[in-house]
Write a new protein. Sequence first.
Length: 240
Amino acid sequence: MAPPSLVLLHGFTQTGRSWEPVVAALAERYRALAPDVRGHGDASALTPVTLDAVIDDVAAGAPATFTLVGYSMGGRIALHAALALRSRVERLVLIGASPGIADPAARAARRVADEQLADELERSTIEEFARRWAVTPVLSGQSPTVAAAAHADRLRSSPDGLARALRGLGTATLPPLWERLGELQMQVTLVTGERDEKFTAIATQMADAIPAAAVSIVAGAGHAVHLEAPARLAELLVGV
């Protein structure tokens, strides 16, 4: 019997290679697919960079049924994809993810900030932006080894591609899904790092609205659980 399938969606500035430690820890227990999301890595030049296009990519590349896993931006996309693909998604695992910004004023302010960042990206080299992104507060506390691997992964993308991703897939661009969480009929696991207090609080709120949801907090980890504790995340994926 063939192993079950996982589709792994990475975060903003990362690529599918960021999942390699998790895939290695899973060994042969799953067939793992980790595509580069449009605007990133080998998909940097693909256009349009829109939610519908990315969901179409997932639908075309995934098997008939699969477990969908997403981190941060990838988690936001995975949530939309799970609602779009319905019965094809057997399980949904979201890592450091949010359903979006519900408050219209906050979304408008974030959209302005994201557009400014996209403009700055287009005037930067990928090395400059990678160094800048590494000091984002939500990524603080990473070990030198994890930070170095994340930096190397960011260098696989281009400034123009990341700018398109920010404009097309950013948290201010995608519609918030807080009111649709009750539509999720599959089992949902919400994973956060112990040090990621913001997204742990969001996960707790989400779990209250999802019919079959559980929150798993990974000890010692921050926002990027898949990078900081890949073996523990693999255990959660197998045990979900």
